[in-house]
Write a protein that binds this ligand. Structure first.
Ligand SMILES: [Zn+2]
Length: 287
């Protein structure tokens, strides 16, 4: 069963489901803003029903922290369950769907054994109704929430949500607590550490930070994860500069700060960037 935690006044985190996804609810006088929608239509519907059973106020909108399936494939349940729902997300989500999530669903439909356990037969990729490419302030009724689209990092579509009155940050998969950070589709391993360092610089001690998966963390955790991603970026860039082929880059070090089996996608994506390729292929990890 999913668990709910009130992390600050009127800000709640739901954890659970097949991906231990953080779903965040921000309350304002006019209604609720929900962050992230689950990995298939039925998880989206279950999240929406759970929220409606717990909160009296109407759902005003949904935010996608980024395009990956476990955060967006429930969008259609919000679209059909909430009349005129505003779906906020990065302007490049539609492009990301075309490049990565759409082909992945098409491949799964041809051969569901590629990814057992998915329930994507009826999934429709629903991009944001309110795409953003610059910071936006939303008014939930007496409460402002800021949406901050990020440069390429965990994905090409990361958006950070900040609730100024309680100093809560929602970072999506820019940080992960319950597992290692994932170099998924559309990731930018070389610039991800820059993005986290900049966010950590904007945070204060005592700020609360919600990861895409896992427990609430703080500024120090964000700074540490930035450091880990920096080591990985520097080593991959170093291997590339030495002329090592991609499949030898990981063997060049015995002491990676994350499990090396999770870094294949990082090498692929970083080498594509360093070779100046359009980053449309690679990035084979889950989310
Ligand atoms: Zn992700």
């Amino acid at each position: 069963m999913p668990t709910w935690i009130t992390v600050a006044e009127g800000v709640h985190q739901r954890r659970g489901g097949p991906f231990d996804l953080s779903v965040v609810v921000v309350e304002g006088a006019d209604g609720l803003l929900v962050v992230d929608a689950g990995g298939d239509p039925s998880e989206g519907a279950e999240i929406l029903a759970d929220i409606r059973s717990r909160f009296d106020r109407p759902v005003l909108g949904l935010v996608n922290t980024h395009a990956h399936f476990d955060h967006t494939f429930g969008n259609q349940a919000f679209r059909s369950g909430v009349p005129d729902v505003a779906i906020h997300g990065h302007a490049l989500i539609a492009r990301h769907f075309e490049r990565y999530e759409g082909p992945r669903v098409a491949a799964w439909r041809l051969d569901p054994s590629r990814e057992p356990g998915r329930a994507w037969a009826d999934v429709e990729l629903v991009p944001p109704t309110h795409p953003i490419d610059a910071p936006v302030d939303l008014d939930l009724g007496g409460r402002a929430v800021r949406l901050l689209p990020q440069p390429p990092a965990h994905s090409d579509t990361d958006v950070v949500l900040f609730v100024p009155d309680v100093r809560v940050w929602v970072l999506g998969d820019l940080v992960e607590e319950s597992g290692p950070p994932m170099y998924g589709s559309g990731s930018y391993p070389l610039t991800w550490p820059d993005v986290l360092e900049a966010l950590a610089a904007d945070m204060r001690d005592g700020d609360l930070v919600m990861p895409g998966h896992g427990a609430v963390v703080d500024r120090a955790f964000v700074a540490r994860q930035a450091g880990v991603l920096r080591v990985i970026a520097d080593r991959i860039a170093g291997a590339h500069a030495q002329g090592l082929p991609a499949d030898e880059a990981l063997a060049a070090h015995a002491d990676w700060p994350l499990p090396p089996e999770g870094l294949t996608g990082a090498v692929e994506r970083a080498y594509l960037a360093l070779d100046g390729e359009p980053l449309e292929q690679g990035g084979t990890r889950d989310a």
